[in-house]
Write a protein that binds this ligand. Structure first.
Ligand code: GRF
Length: 194
């Protein structure tokens, strides 16, 4: 599969995907990194890996439709078939959803539908739940609401700080995201059991 990764931040999941492609465990070609934050360190990672980068800010466009139309053009140029969100902090709008029906996935650090949106890990700690985790799901117009592909539970210890829990969740994300994508791409599955 020819894929694009969308990210806004550090890009540790982007890196895990790159590493899995290099190792041959994820049979995909990362054709483009799309980033909406010019200072995000994921851009440096992509440069180092010699992956094409599209650094693009919605502020430079009259509206979301125009912003996404430009992204779609760049994706089509590179024959991208599938979009992987990895810490992309923006809702996907109708333009992208129409161009890539059933071909956009996201990873979220909670057991959805619990704790959608920003700071899912802080939300879980504040709620005092004993178990949280991560969810990989198809993307629809809502905030972290599309059909669920796979979930993994992660226990929260009574003395966990947000940083500690985040670290454990991310370690799992880096292993599971490439595995689940490989299953989707090679077996054409709609959901994956871990
Ligand atoms: C991940 O924890 C992911 O679940 C969430 O955003 C975070 C991105 O981290 N959607 P990174 O930029 O991949 O390090």
């Amino acid at each position: 599969k020819k894929i694009a990764v969308f990210a806004s931040g550090t890009g540790s999941n982007f890196q895990a995907l790159v590493d899995a492609v290099k190792a041959g465990t994820l049979e995909a070609e990362i054709r483009l990194l799309v980033c909406d934050q010019p200072s995000a360190s994921v851009l440096q990672r992509a440069r180092k890996e010699e992956i094409d980068r599209l650094s693009i800010s919605p502020k430079d466009f009259p509206d979301k439709g125009a912003f996404e139309t430009e992204i779609v053009q760049q994706l089509k140029l590179r024959e991208v078939e599938f979009i992987v969100l990895a810490g992309y902090m923006r809702l996907i709008g109708p333009t992208l959803l129409q161009e890539y029906p059933g071909a956009i996935v996201n990873i979220h650090p909670s057991l959805l539908p619990a704790f959608p949106g920003k700071d899912a890990i802080g939300q879980a700690i504040d709620a005092g739940v004993r178990v949280s985790g991560l969810t990989i799901h198809y993307v629809d117009a809502g905030m972290d609401t599309g059909p669920i592909i796979a979930q993994k539970e992660i226990r929260i210890h009574s003395d966990d700080t947000k940083d500690e829990l985040q670290k454990r969740i991310q370690q799992q994300e880096h292993v599971i995201y490439p595995e689940v994508l490989q299953e989707l791409f090679t077996k054409g599955k709609k959901s994956v059991s871990l």
